[in-house]
Design a protein around this ligand. Structure first.
Ligand code: GRF
Length: 199
């Protein structure tokens, strides 16, 4: 299954997917990596792995909707069967989602519906939860609101700050992402309302 990964930052989730795809039985191959940020570390990881990359920066577009369409064009070049947003810090618009219906996933470092948005780790810590975690979900037009594929819990330690907690979440998040992207790539994902079934 042809997989395109969207990144904005370091790309540790991408690194985990690249490691997994080296095993031919994994079922998904990263065929392209696209970022909104020309300086994203994930782009270097892709290049080092010989995976083609593209950068679609919002500042190069007059309107938000133009950027969204430009992103969809850049991703479509790779003919993806699955698109994974892993540490991608932009909201995917309807033009993008209509281009890749039902096959865009996002990983979020909190137990949705708690703590959606760009600061899920910080918000969970500030709220004083003792358990947080990560969520893999199908992307819909909302912010982190799509049907949930899988979640994993992570304990918050008393001396945690945002960085230490996020690092601990990322260890679990990478494993969840690699596991479920593989299952979806080797099988099929269907969404019935809020229920996601992977067979
Ligand atoms: C991940 O925890 C992702 O869920 C969040 O930002 C982090 C990105 O990490 N949006 P990386 O770029 O994959 O290392």
């Amino acid at each position: 299954r042809r997989l395109v990964v969207l990144v904005s930052g370091a790309g540790s989730n991408l690194a985990a997917l690249l490691a997994a795809h080296d095993d031919a039985s994994y079922g998904a191959r990263v065929v392209g990596v696209v970022s909104d940020n020309p300086a994203a570390g994930g782009l270097e990881l892709a290049r080092a792995a010989g995976v083609p990359t593209a950068v679609v920066a919002p500042r190069d577009f007059a309107e938000r909707a133009d950027w969204d369409r430009g992103l969809a064009e850049a991703v479509a070049v790779f003919r993806p069967e699955l698109v994974v947003s892993a540490g991608f810090m932009r909201i995917l618009g309807t033009a993008f989602l209509e281009r890749f219906p039902g096959c865009v996933l996002n990983t979020h470092p909190a137990l949705l519906p708690s703590f959606p948005g760009a600061h899920g780790v910080r918000d969970a810590l500030a709220h004083g939860v003792t358990v947080t975690g990560c969520t893999l979900h199908v992307v819909d037009a909302g912010v982190d609101t799509g049907p949930i594929v899988a979640q994993a819990a992570v304990a918050v330690e008393p001396d945690d700050d945002e960085a230490s907690l996020h690092e601990r979440i990322k260890v679990v998040e990478r494993a969840l992402l690699v596991d479920w992207v593989g299952r979806i790539a080797r099988g099929a994902l269907t969404v019935e309302g809020r229920r996601v079934v992977v067979r």
